[in-house]
Every structure is written in structure tokens, then in C-alpha cells.
Ligand binder design. Structure first.
Ligand SMILES: C[S@@+](CC[C@H](N)C(=O)[O-])C[C@H]1O[C@@H](n2cnc3c(N)ncnc32)[C@H](O)[C@@H]1O
Length: 459
């Protein structure tokens, strides 16, 4: 520990002011630390915690401005979690006690603001100290909080670039799996890409070039439009209320395209909400049946289709219980997965999930794929996709599935049908995208979600 911290520890009572429970901005920091605990200790999803209707009570008690600040603090604290931890640890003489979780969260919340957000150092430090003093679990560490954070602020200009260069901001278990699947260089590129928030991609009903021009975006090779900078809510943009486009990552727009010309065909979307792929299938002229297990998510799916003026039969059901009277011409299974491909927009994913989740979800997906092939007519196509980067949910699962299901044959995707797939093709003609792909120059403009998509045909 540096001298400043050591002195501050000894002189806590004299040098620090009394806690002010109602200090402006304190409620937001307390909520941020509470929610950080919920993600990393209780493995709760950040989207659920910060939902404006059903979120955490401490979050819902804040006004909209503070809610936005809390989300910004949390996404930053999670996106750079190991870098922040390294800078905190460098200022400590010995590690924090393992049960000092609240203290650790207060430090992470303050450091995220000081290192990456536009919050003055003094405000972040003072609020963290007030926060620590007001909580009986951390009150005795108030001087340590003060000393550590002031040292981080003093040294950050040199220490932050060094820490960013030396640190991988993913949990170790996940990085090991990335290296095993993709090799050192690609794993590092993916981990680096995770640090940058994803741009907003739109799927348009038609005229991508025209919409790119109108919205100040880029027309993507995958057929959509990318918006780099967005001021204000996406719902205020031209074309939203007219249902001309929907938000969908470039990678997420690929699986539905793999079904080819589906105009007039009966197509089932087996895991449909919130409906990005259902909308693509309907816009391509298919007669779509969309299955969804969750009634709430099905409501969102219906609302999305209504805005887009697209039609699909939406059935709220468990896929495993679904027995249609007639089989489908084609089937899309965009299965629930670990979502490790979406970390740029959901930086909580890696901290709230573990290997056991990947294993469980891979088993579920294999069962879903077995069910999916029973719903298609002989000769019909099946596309299996998910937004995981883990081969257990993608390449490995698919090979095992083909080996165990001789009634199904691999139907390789080729560049002749979709030229943009060239850089994503696997040796067996499936697709693998990673956040390090689709290089469009600046990192904030590049990348796409990690997706796996394989196409097969029932013999
Ligand atoms: C990855 S999301 C689908 C995203 C969607 N395809 C899209 O493009 O917007 C998976 C969906 O499957 C649903 N789901 C999970 N288990 C299911 C089941 N057994 N039957 C039907 N839907 C299920 C989840 O509720 C979730 O909405």
C-alpha cells in the first residue's frame, strides 16, 4: 500500500466529514453498488435489475437521470471489471478480506466513474466515502476508501493505459475457454472488442442504402444499417413509428437469411421473442408461425410485429409440447443460450454466468434441435442458431447432432448465395461470427455479435 493510503487509514475519524445520508448523487451510487453485488455475487441479470417496470426497488426509486447514471456506472464497472480490480489492488497493502464484498463494490463503483466516466474525481471519492461511512459493514473502512481512490485518481493517467494493456477484462474461466476455442490471438481480439459498446444496427424492410443516408448510418454487407452515434432514443428516429425498420445486430440478422427464398412457404420460428427473426421471415413473404414460451415476451413480440405491420401467427407454448397438425416447409431454431456473443451490449453476462450454465444450455439446445427436426417436412430446411461464442453450444453440439441423427444432412452455406458470409464460414459450411469480426475501421463502428448458425435439411 502507498503512504497516502496508510496515513489515511490511521487518521480516519479526524480527517473525514460526517456522513450525509441525503448527499446529492448518493442514492444513485448506493443503488449502483447494490446492483453490482446482485450481478457478481447473486448472478442476477442486469437487464432484469434495471427494468423500468420490474427492476430492483432501489433502482426504481431513482429518477430517470439517476437511473441512466446507474446503468452507465454498472455497464462500465462490468466492462472493465478486471482493469478496475487491478488498479484497486495495486493501491492496497494486502487484499481486502474475502467477506468485504460491500467495500469492494463501493470501490469499483467509484473507480468506474473516475477512470471511464465524466464524473469529477472529487465527487466520486466524496460520495464513496460518505457511502462507506453510512453503511455499518463498511464504516470502519472509510479512510481506506478515501486513500485508495485518491491514489487511483492521482496516478490514473499513467496507470490506466498500462492496466488496460496488461489486463483481460473477462473472468478467467471464460478466457480459458476462448483461448481453447479460438487460439491466443483471436481470444485477445474478442476480449478487446468486448470493451467497446456495440453500435446500433437496424434491419430494414427495404432500401438499406436509402435508410443509411437518411439516418446518417452505414449500409452493412449483411443488408442492414449501422448507426454509430445516436442522440436521443431510437424510437424518435425517422421510420420507427412507421415500422420501416427494427433494431437487430448485424450477426442476428444472418440466420433467417440462411433459409433462402421463403416467399409463400410455411415457416416456424420456434423460439421467437422479441421477434427480430420472425419479422425478417414475415418481411421475406413467408407464412410464419412464431412459438414463444414466455407470455410476457410473446406480448413484446406481438407489439413489435404490430408496429412493423407484419403478420405472424404467435403461439404461446413450450416448444416441447407443440404438436402441429401439419409440418412446416422450413424451421428456424434460434435457441436460448449463454449469450456470450452479446457481451458488448450486456457486459454482465460473463460475470453472472458460469461453465455450468453453458453446459446446461447446450443440453437444452440439443434437445430443442431434436424436436425442431420433427416439425419440418422431408426435404425441408432447418436453421439452428444462437448468440453464444462457446463451441459447446455451437460447433461441438452440431457435429454431435449430425452424427446421432442420420435423417438430417448438413446443408452448407456458400458465398454464391450470400457473398458476405465469406469471412464467417466454418469448414463445414456453418457460420461463426465473433465481436472481433466485421472490421469497419474504428472499433466503435466495427464488430458484430458472436453467433453460430448451421443449416441442415431433413432427408
Ligand atoms: C434467443 S431468444 C430468441 C430471440 C429471437 N429469435 C429474436 O430473434 O428476436 C430465445 C427465446 O426462446 C424462448 N424459449 C425458451 N425456451 C423455450 C421453449 N421451451 N419453447 C419456446 N420458446 C422458448 C425464450 O423465452 C426466448 O424468448
Amino acid at each position: 500500500m502507498n503512504d497516502g493510503v496508510r496515513r489515511a487509514r490511521g487518521g480516519a475519524k479526524k480527517s473525514l466529514q460526517k456522513p450525509a445520508a441525503d448527499a446529492p448523487g448518493l442514492a444513485a451510487r448506493r443503488a449502483a453498488a447494490r446492483l453490482l453485488a446482485a450481478v457478481v455475487d447473486a448472478k442476477t441479470s442486469l437487464d432484469g435489475l434495471t427494468d423500468h417496470d420490474h427492476g430492483h426497488p432501489q433502482f426504481l426509486a431513482l429518477d430517470m437521470r439517476d437511473r441512466a447514471l446507474v446503468r452507465a456506472i454498472l455497464t462500465t464497472a462490468l466492462r472493465y471489471r478486471n482493469t478496475i480490480e487491478a488498479l484497486i489492488s495495486a493501491r492496497l497493502e494486502r487484499p481486502l478480506p474475502t467477506n468485504a464484498r460491500s467495500l469492494s463494490h463501493i470501490l469499483h463503483v467509484a473507480a468506474a466513474q473516475m477512470l471511464f466516466l465524466d464524473v469529477p474525481d472529487s465527487a466520486a471519492v466524496d460520495l464513496a466515502v460518505t457511502h462507506a461511512k453510512a453503511d455499518p459493514r463498511t464504516a470502519r473502512f472509510a479512510a481506506l476508501v478515501n486513500g485508495v481512490l485518491r491514489e487511483i485518481a492521482r496516478r490514473k493517467e499513467r496507470a490506466l493505459p498500462a492496466a488496460l494493456a496488461q489486463t483481460i477484462d473477462t473472468p478467467a474461466w471464460f478466457y480459458e475457454r476462448l483461448v481453447a476455442a479460438y487460439g491466443d490471438e483471436a481470444a485477445r481480439a474478442i476480449a478487446d472488442a468486448y470493451r467497446t459498446e456495440a453500435p446500433i444496427d437496424l434491419t430494414v424492410k427495404s432500401d438499406a442504402e436509402g435508410w443509411a443516408e437518411r439516418l446518417g448510418g452505414i449500409a452493412l454487407p449483411t443488408g442492414g444499417v449501422r448507426l454509430e452515434a445516436l442522440e436521443g432514443p431510437v424510437t424518435q428516429l425517422p421510420g420507427f413509428s412507421d415500422g420501416e425498420w427494427w433494431v437487430q445486430d448485424a450477426a442476428a440478422s444472418i440466420p433467417a437469411q440462411l433459409l433462402g427464398d421463403i416467399s409463400g412457404l410455411r415457416v416456424a420460428d420456434l423460439c421467437a421473442a422479441p421477434g427480430g427473426k420472425t419479422a425478417q421471415l414475415a418481411a421475406a413473404g413467408a407464412q410464419v408461425t412464431a412459438l414463444e414460451l414466455s407470455p410476457n415476451r410473446a406480448k413484446r413480440l406481438k407489439a413489435n410485429l404490430e408496429r412493423l405491420k407484419l403478420e405472424a401467427e404467435v403461439i404461446v407454448t413450450d416448444l416441447f409440447a407443440y404438436e402441429p397438425t401439419e409440418k412446416f416447409d422450413a424451421v428456424l431454431l434460434d435457441a436460448p443460450c449463454s449469450s456470450t456473443g452479446t457481451v458488448r451490449r450486456h457486459p454482465d453476462v460473463l460475470w453472472a454466468k458460469g461453465v455450468e450454465d453453458i453446459e446446461k444450455l447446450a443440453t437444452l439446445q440439443a434437445r430443442m434441435l431434436e424436436k425442431a427436426v420433427t416439425l419440418v417436412k422431408p426435404g425441408g430446411r432447418i436453421v439452428f442458431s444462437n448468440c453464444s461464442l462457446d463451441p459447446l453450444e455451437g460447433e461441438t453440439l452440431y457435429q454431435a447432432f449430425l452424427a446421432a441423427n442420420p435423417q438430417v444432412e448438413n446443408d452448407p452455406v456458400s458465398v454464391d448465395e450470400l457473398s458476405f458470409v465469406a469471412s464467417f464460414l466454418t469448414p463445414d459450411g456453418a457460420l461463426r461470427t465473433t465481436p472481433a469480426g466485421l472490421d469497419l475501421g474504428a472499433p466503435a463502428r466495427s464488430g458484430l455479435d458472436g453467433f453460430y448458425a448451421a443449416r441442415m435439411r431433413l432427408r
